[in-house]
Design a protein around this ligand. Structure first.
Ligand SMILES: Nc1ncnc2c1ncn2[C@@H]1O[C@H](COP(=O)(O)OP(=O)(O)OP(=O)(O)O)[C@@H](O)[C@H]1O
Ligand SMILES: C[C@@](O)(CCO)CC(=O)[O-]
Ligand SMILES: [Mg+2]
Length: 328
C-alpha cells in the first residue's frame, strides 16, 4: 500500500490566460488531497472517494473503457466525478507499461471540489505518485507534473495549462508560461480565502473563454492584458510590494470578470474583502463559483467575509512549501 498527498493552490495572477500561453503565478496552499493506493490482482479499479459531489460513493470497474461503474446514478454524473482519477490511472498504466494494473484507490481531501483551489490537480498528482510507487516506479517531480498535466488536458478537452499540476507537484509559488515551469521566490503573503459553497465546471468555463476569444478581438486583447498584469505582478512579488500585488490582483479580477468567469457571489466576496481593507481581492481558478483570494495581514477581511451573505466559509491559507508528499 502506498500513500501520497499533494496541495491545492490559489492563483495570485493569470488563470485562464495561461491556457493561451500567457504567464501565470499560482501558489500552493496547505490544503491537501491524500490518495491511498493498493494494487489489485484482478486488473479492476475500485475508487472510494467520500468527498465527491454524489454525496460520497464507492465505485468498482474494470481496466477497459467498456466496463463502466455499476452505480445507480446517471452515467454523465459518474463520468464527471471519476474522470480525473480514471485519467490518472491511465497515465500510471502508460508510464509503467503495466497496461492491466488494477488498484484500490481511496481519496480523502480537504480541498473543496470545483472551487478554484485546484482539487483536480491535487488528486491527480497524488494519485499518479502513489500508484506509480505502488508498482515500484518513482517519478521525478517534473515527470509527475507532466503526467498530471496530460490528465487535466484530456479531461478539459485539450485545453489546459501546466500551472495547477506543476504547482501541486512542486509546492511553493510557481511561474508557468506554456511549457516553461519554474519555482518563484515569493514574499510571505497574508492570504485569506472566501468560499461561497459552490463550484464551477473548469472544462465549461475554459471553453467559454475560448469561444469569446474567437468571437471578439477585444476578448483576445483582454487575455493579453491579463498577461501584462501578471508580468507586473512578478515584479511586485520580487520587490515584496504587497500593496502593488493587491492592486494588480484587483485589476486581474476585473479582466476575468470581463471574460465572463466571475459570478454574483464571487463579486460580492471580492467587494466585501476590499471594503474590509484587503490590499486586493480576486477570484481564483476557473471561477463560476467557488473561492476568492484576498490579501490582508489583519483579521478584518476574514471577519467581514464570515458575515457576508453568500460566503459559506472564510479562512486563512498558509503557503505549502512542499508539493507532493510521499507518506508511505
Ligand atoms: N476528493 C476528491 N475525490 C475524487 N475526485 C475529486 C476530488 N476532488 C476533486 N476531484 C475531481 O476533480 C473534479 C473537480 O475539478 P475541477 O477542475 O472542476 O475543479 P478544481 O480543480 O477544484 O478547481 P480549479 O480547477 O478551478 O482550481 C471533480 O469533479 C472530481 O472529478
Ligand atoms: C482556468 C485554468 O487556467 C485554471 C483552473 O484552476 C485552467 C488551466 O489552467 O488549465
Ligand atoms: Mg481543476
Amino acid at each position: 500500500m502506498t500513500r501520497s498527498s499533494a496541495p491545492g493552490k490559489v492563483y495570485l495572477f493569470g488563470e485562464h490566460a495561461v491556457v493561451y500561453g500567457e504567464p501565470a503565478v499560482p501558489c500552493a496552499i496547505e490544503r491537501r488531497a491524500r490518495v491511498e493506493v493498493q494494487r489489485r490482482d484482478d486488473g479492476r479499479l475500485r475508487v472510494n472517494a467520500e468527498d465527491l459531489s454524489l454525496d460520497g460513493f464507492t465505485v468498482e470497474y474494470g481496466a477497459t473503457a467498456d466496463s463502466r461503474p455499476d452505480v445507480d446514478v446517471p452515467e454523465s454524473l459518474v463520468t464527471a466525478a471519476t474522470q480525473y482519477v480514471d485519467g490518472a490511472i491511465e497515465q500510471v498504466r502508460e508510464v509503467t507499461g503495466e497496461d492491466d494494473a488494477g488498484f484500490d484507490v481511496t481519496i480523502e481531501s480537504d480541498i473543496p471540489l470545483g472551487a478554484g483551489l485546484g482539487s483536480s490537480a491535487a488528486v491527480v498528482v497524488a494519485a499518479i505518485d502513489a500508484a506509480t510507487r505502488e508498482l515500484g516506479v518513482t517519478l521525478e517531480p517534473a515527470e509527475l507534473a507532466e503526467r498530471a498535466y496530460r490528465t487535466e488536458s484530456q479531461v478539459q478537452d485539450g485545453q489546459a495549462s501546466r500551472a495547477d499540476t506543476f504547482c501541486s507537484a512542486t509546492g511553493g509559488a510557481v511561474r508557468v508560461e506554456g511549457d516553461d515551469c519554474r519555482s518563484l521566490e515569493a514574499p510571505e503573503l497574508p492570504i485569506v480565502i472566501g468560499f461561497d459553497g459552490g463550484a464551477g465546471d473548469t472544462g465549461k468555463l475554459v471553453a467559454g473563454v475560448r469561444d469569446l476569444r474567437e468571437e471578439y478581438d477585444f476578448a483576445a486583447h483582454t487575455v493579453e492584458a491579463i498577461g501584462d498584469v501578471v508580468r507586473n505582478g512578478e515584479d511586485a512579488l520580487a520587490d515584496g510590494e504587497i500593496d502593488e500585488i493587491g492592486r494588480l490582483m484587483d485589476f486581474n479580477h476585473g479582466l476575468l470578470s470581463a471574460l465572463g468567469v466571475s459570478s454574483r457571489s464571487l463579486d460580492t466576496m471580492v467587494w466585501a474583502a476590499r471594503d474590509a481593507g484587503a490590499r486586493g481581492a480576486k477570484l481564483t481558478g476557473a471561477g463560476g463559483g467557488g473561492c476568492i483570494v484576498a490579501l490582508d495581514p489583519t483579521e478584518e477581511t476574514e471577519t467581514a467575509l464570515s458575515f457576508t451573505p453568500g460566503c459559506e466559509d472564510a479562512f486563512r491559507a498558509e503557503l505549502a512549501e512542499t508539493g507532493v508528499e510521499r507518506l508511505e
